[in-house]
Design a protein around this ligand. Structure first.
Ligand code: ZN
Ligand code: ZN
Length: 98
């Protein structure tokens, strides 16, 4: 007759309060983690790349995934502003912790 009382304590407690979007990440100014595959330099939002040879537009290439807003050219490789090495654009992105 005590068994049913014990089983109540084994019911899993689901803590699903709140919406998944309620988490704000004020500590991280950049939602994307980007770094040079060669020297690990991390560009900031204020850094600019030059479309050259091209339309000479200056913009942050990581905000457009390597596409020049001036002439819509896709830059498949991105030069590092620090070590000047060219790397594949997708290699710059640090894929999240798994
Ligand atoms: Zn570099
Ligand atoms: Zn361009």
């Amino acid at each position: 007759m005590w068994v049913s009382t014990l089983l109540i304590g084994l019911v899993p407690v689901l803590l699903l309060k709140g919406s998944p979007t309620s988490r704000t990440r004020l500590d991280e100014p950049d939602h994307l983690r980007v770094r040079c595959p060669v020297c690990s330099w991390q560009p900031r939002k204020s850094d600019r790349w030059l479309c050259s040879p091209g339309c000479l537009h200056r913009w942050n290439t990581f905000e457009t995934a390597g596409i020049c807003p001036g002439c819509t050219r896709t830059w498949e490789e991105t030069a590092c502003l620090r070590c000047e090495a060219w790397s594949r654009h997708e290699d710059w992105y640090v894929h999240g912790e798994r």
